[in-house]
Design a protein around this ligand. Structure first.
Ligand SMILES: NC(=O)c1ccc[n+]([C@@H]2O[C@H](COP(=O)([O-])OP(=O)(O)OC[C@H]3O[C@@H](n4cnc5c(N)ncnc54)[C@H](O)[C@@H]3O)[C@@H](O)[C@H]2O)c1
Length: 332
């Protein structure tokens, strides 16, 4: 990985997401200052990072020198001012509360040098609202990671109305430099892209169990040993492109009626009540003899293995061209 163009980063808010960002920035070669209003949380995040580096050393995936370098690149900040001083990027991972974030933005904006960018990990909020009234709103963007960002590279990028296009451009470039996979949203929509698609699928999964069509194990198997095998390396459109001999046009034309019929029947009214949640819990418990911690450790190892496989087996010739423009209908 080449050295990133932004050298110093502040991680503001060192909870579940902030601590994982520390690992992303440090392994990319940035200096990282970590601040949390609760010094105990900050220290816990640093202790987590130390354990993470040790685990990588034990697995043999990180050399001693690199682990040392990563550890030494990270420092605790006692104040917000100390954290953002000289930073080119501030990754804000404060609680999902509009007023907490907005108040912090006023402070950060006043402390940060003119070229600094502020990126929010928010899962659901619009930057137009979060940075409302902040004098330097032009340098604020959403950079929403998937938990945990040190394992999952996608970051959803969303500009606010006041965001300078240069901020977005520089932000995307930086995220790529540090090994993440930015996707750009053209406008705000609740849930952004990823959680919206996840919610659509989870709604149907829950409804299939709640309405007695199948049990939890059957639904999970359909994804794990069915759709999911493709989804780790191709999205729904790339999949559609391979589902008919001549590609996506043929597939969506041929199956248009089938999809329309299914879409009309997908509009479920399922809600999580206590009985349903308990039933899902009972069925899920029955699938596993291992503890949740062990399931998580296995999940993380599998993600790393799949990413490794993807890196070793790149996609056949992907194009970098923009799509051909549709010809305009005559008379318009
Ligand atoms: N947890 C997830 O799965 C996930 C995934 C993607 C994005 N996010 C987003 O990331 C952000 C952080 O979420 P989280 O799950 O890490 O939350 P968290 O509660 O684990 O961490 C928030 C941290 O912010 C600190 N904090 C609170 N107010 C502060 C202030 N004024 N100044 C400095 N520190 C302060 C808290 O002490 C805490 O350590 C949220 O916007 C959330 O929506 C979370």
């Amino acid at each position: 990985m080449k050295k990133p163009t932004i050298k110093t980063v502040a991680v503001v808010g060192a909870g579940v997401i902030g601590r994982s960002w520390i690992a992303v920035f440090a392994r990319a070669g940035c200096r990282v200052r970590v601040f949390d209003r609760d010094a105990g949380q900050r220290d816990k995040a640093l202790a987590w990072f130390k354990r993470y580096l040790k685990a990588l050393r034990r697995q043999g995936s990180l050399k001693k020198k690199a682990a040392q370098r990563d550890w030494e690149a990270v420092g605790a900040a006692e104040t917000l001012a100390e954290a953002v001083d000289g930073a080119g990027w501030v990754q804000e991972s404060l609680p999902e509360d509009r007023d907490i974030k907005n108040a912090a933005y006023h402070e950060i904006d006043a402390l940060l040098g003119p070229k600094g960018i502020v990126a929010s990990s928010t899962s659901a909020m619009d930057m137009t609202d979060l940075a409302h009234g902040v004098p330097g709103a032009r340098r604020f963007i959403v950079a929403h990671p998937v938990n945990p960002p040190h394992l999952i590279p996608v970051v959803e990028v969303l500009a606010g109305q006041a965001t300078d296009p240069t901020t977005t451009k520089r932000g995307i470039a930086f995220l790529r430099e540090i090994g993440q996979a930015p996707v750009v949203m053209k406008r705000f929509v609740p849930g952004f892209l990823l959680n919206r698609m996840q919610a659509a699928l989870v709604r149907e999964a829950v409804d299939l169990v709640a309405s007695g069509v199948a049990d939890v194990d059957a639904v999970d198997t359909c994804i794990r040993d069915g759709l999911g095998l493709r989804w780790a390396f191709m999205g729904p459109f790339a999949t559609a492109n391979t589902n008919a001999d001549t590609g996506i046009r043929e597939y969506f034309t041929r199956f248009r009626g089938a999809y329309h019929g299914l879409w009309d029947s997908l509009n479920t009214a399922t809600r999580f009540d206590d009985r349903l949640v308990d039933d899902l819990g009972r069925q899920t418990d029955a699938m596993w003899a291992a503890s949740v911690d062990d399931q998580r450790a296995w999940r993380d190892a599998m993600i790393a293995a799949v990413r490794d496989l993807k890196a070793r087996q790149p996609a056949p010739a992907r194009s970098t061209k923009s799509p051909r423009r549709r010809s305009r209908p005559r008379g318009r």
